[in-house]
Design a protein around this ligand. Structure first.
Ligand code: SAH
Length: 217
């Protein structure tokens, strides 16, 4: 892994990106500050510097992508994270979204099913001194040993809301999940009102890589 350098040039590009994300409708200043604080180029190959600060998704290997910054901002805003909350992310990928959540003040747990991505993210986050805890496993099952969570964010397209995730959400807790098996997914925010009841809100269409079944190496 190359040395991590966050130059004035990177910071300048990032400021511009944040303004772009803001102009697309993200209003939560805490979310915008978190995005501004995390050097997105650390999560991509160093030869793609210009790409890191465009509002676009980008391949990170193993057929996966780092989400578009606007999408990261949007999901983070919908999640309504407060300082000290326990947050579970399904789909660590590059680790970028997890870092944005930690910058929001969350205690972050993240699951990745691709072993190579899991190892890479774990190494990078340790090097960046983030406390995010990364797990190699199947996100459909959640993380029962550390449940319940205040918030759960799914960063891959889910055909449905896995019941394990709902069960691992605190009463009053929130799940943000893109649901749909086709090309596009509806962004849903599900609030667990009590043991039996949930409230569902919808926030437009997005395009994610699919949430997959059993683990791969
Ligand atoms: N949040 C990531 C982007 C995620 S892309 C980032 O900030 O970079 C979706 C990720 O979900 C991929 O890395 C993919 O390998 C992972 N994934 C797919 N199915 C999964 C599952 N069942 N459990 C955990 N991770 C899964």
């Amino acid at each position: 892994m190359s040395k991590l350098v966050d130059s004035y040039r990177h910071k300048g590009l990032r400021k511009r990106l944040i303004e772009e994300v803001r102009s697309k409708g993200i209003r939560d200043e805490k979310v915008l500050s978190a995005l501004e604080a995390v050097p997105r180029h650390y999560f991509m190959d160093s030869s793609f510097l210009e790409m890191a600060y465009q509002d676009k998704p980008f391949p990170i290997g193993s057929g996966q992508t780092i989400s578009q910054p606007y999408t990261v901002a949007c999901q983070t805003e919908l999640l309504m994270v407060e300082k000290g909350m326990k947050v579970l992310e399904i789909g660590t990928g590059s680790g970028y979204q997890a870092c944005v959540l930690e910058k929001m003040g969350a205690r972050v747990f993240s699951i990745e099913r691709h072993h190579s991505l899991y190892l890479r993210a774990k190494e990078l986050l340790a090097k960046m001194n983030y406390k995010v805890r990364v797990f190699y496993g199947d996100g459909y099952k959640g993380l029962p040993a550390y449940a319940p969570f205040d918030r759960i964010i799914v960063t891959a397209a889910a055909p449905y809301l896995p019941d394990a995730l709902l069960q691992q959400t605190k009463t009053g807790g929130i799940i943000v999940i893109p649901v749909g098996a086709g090309d596009t997914q509806v962004m849903k925010r599900i609030t667990r009102i009590d043991e039996e009841d949930t409230r569902e809100e919808r926030f437009g269409y997005f395009r994610f890589v699919p949430l997959l079944g059993s683990k791969t190496r």
